[in-house]
Design a protein around this ligand. Structure first.
Ligand code: SAH
Length: 215
């Protein structure tokens, strides 16, 4: 992968991510490796490593680095795991998951963003991410079941299809709540049911689809 601006990433990991309690060494390493600036529109490249979300066009945003790291730590993908992401944007979160050794299927409803993501992933040298244009609230049954599922848009409830497509022992991480404020939730699927844990308030753009928010 492109190692430009490695010093800025090391600083980002130290001051924004490790300092807030993300500990998983594999996550910290992935955040140091993936060239976040290559996933932003050129006009925002300069501010790629700052502690806030950044616009990516089409009224969407790339999440703050800390939130990407936290959700990745909660998902805890192992090398070789198959992970489904809902909401590709320009592909940054998918690249972080791929850097941890996951095989990533990522769904995006806006075709122009899916195209941009493919370009960004290629110029960053990321393999193992397949981007499809689809309503992610229905999941992607072709590659199910998934060891991990991550929803990177705010949803009123976790779409049932996604719980169905989760493997036994699999984890699903999502922001669940109202359009303005969500709770970061992790569901773990076991033989005796679904365990739910909560990790605090977050703000995401809306998940729009058949089993999300309606347009
Ligand atoms: N994961 C991205 C951030 C994505 S922002 C990153 O790392 O930068 C949320 C994305 O979810 C937007 O691109 C939006 O278009 C997309 N989205 C919203 N509803 C969706 C749906 N039902 N299916 C697929 N993508 C959806």
């Amino acid at each position: 992968m492109n190692q430009d601006r490695a010093d800025e990433r090391a600083m980002m990991v130290q001051t924004q991510i490790r300092s807030r309690g993300v500990k998983d060494a594999r996550v910290l390493r992935a955040m140091e490796i993936v060239p976040r600036h290559l996933f932003l529109p050129d006009e925002y490249s300069a501010i790629a490593y700052r502690d806030h979300p950044v616009p990516i066009g089409h009224e969407q945003t790339i999440s703050q680095p800390y939130i990407v790291a936290l959700m990745t730590e909660l998902l805890a993908p192992e090398p070789g795991d198959t992970v489904l992401e809902i909401g590709t944007g320009r592909g940054y979160q998918a690249a972080v998951l791929a850097a941890m050794g996951a095989r990533v299927v990522s769904l995006e409803r806006i075709p122009a963003l899916a195209d941009a993501a493919r370009v960004c992933l290629q110029r960053a040298g990321v393999e193992n991410v397949s981007v499809f244009v689809a309503d992610g609230t229905l999941g992607w049954v072709e590659r199910a079941p998934y060891d991990g599922i991550i929803i990177t848009a705010g949803t009123p409830a976790v779409p049932p299809a996604l719980i169905e497509q989760l493997a036994l022992g699999g984890r699903l991480v999502a922001p669940v709540g109202t359009a303005d404020l969500q709770e970061l939730v992790r569901l773990t699927k076991n033989s005796d049911g679904i365990r739910k844990e909560q990790f605090g308030g977050v703000r995401f753009v809306p998940l729009i689809g058949r089993n999300g928010w309606k347009l």
